[in-house]
Design a protein around this ligand. Sequence first.
Ligand code: PPS
Length: 313
Amino acid sequence: MTARHSKYEILKSPTKKLVSGLLKGCSMLLKESIGILTETLQFMELFRVGRLDFVPRADDIFLVTYPRSGTTWMQMILYQLASRGNMDFTHICQVAPWFERVISFNVMNTEDIEAVPSPRIFKSHLSYRWIPKGQCKYIYVMRNGKDVAVSFFHFYKSHLGFKGDFSEFFDLFMRGKVQFGSWFEHVAGWREHVGNPNIMFLEYENLIQDLEGCLRRIIQFCGFDVSSEQFPEIMEKCSFAFMKKHESKFDHITATIWEKGYKQNAFLRKGEIGSAKTYLNDRQEKLFEQKSEKYIGKFGANTAIRSSAPLNP
Ligand code: PPS
């Protein structure tokens, strides 16, 4: 490095430091603002849920978790036990809806929720404070928090465009600055109610180690009627291998498609000429022709292209 260069570096370094400090400050401020905004949105969502005219039925089942703790697995387990092995759904959320989400995104209104046949199974990530209270059943599934953090990190990367590394995510997770807030507070809030006969606590790790035993406890708790002939098939359908094979029925992307009301297999529609005849009324037809004549010519777009002269070489 030359003397001139080093002088330049010396002169520049305080400004550089200042700029990089400012940038760091701005990025921290932005992150904090996003955190506050997320919390505000969550609060607004809960406010809507609080105002909803929802009365739980005695045979409703709320399956509650902090995200990435085995929610989808338990949705499948409960639906398989309740329906005795039915697989006739495009996405598990159609038959076991995500309670606060279908309400806040207007996927279902009070009447739609009323129309769900009993026993209704609702997935929820609500804290104990916000869950609708009633004589219904609640199943709270917990998972080792460190495994939750790892699973959540991968979800953030694969579905939420998170670009940071694990240590960055872990720091957010530990401070509760992730979707659905603090894992610690969520688990602690529910665990305060151990002993409540309407709440069953299950651990993800137990489900892995003894699925059969857990299913039998769930059958008893919810009062499901499952024959010994149906049981092995249900066990098989709740295995990781089976669910992985039918992943589109469980993934977040298909759920989002369903929530937004998009239809699958609707992209390549008919491939025919003249569908417009059955859709446009006389007024629309006239409006179109007038505008078309003004912009494209009195023969319409197709005729104009067909009759155009070839380009000069
Ligand atoms: S979410 O996004 O909150 O709905 O996620 P959630 O369903 O709670 O958790 C996802 C993790 O559960 C695992 N999973 C299973 N493990 C064992 N057996 C079965 N059948 C099963 N189904 C889902 C899933 O793989 C996620 O964990 P990780 O550790 O990321 O694999």
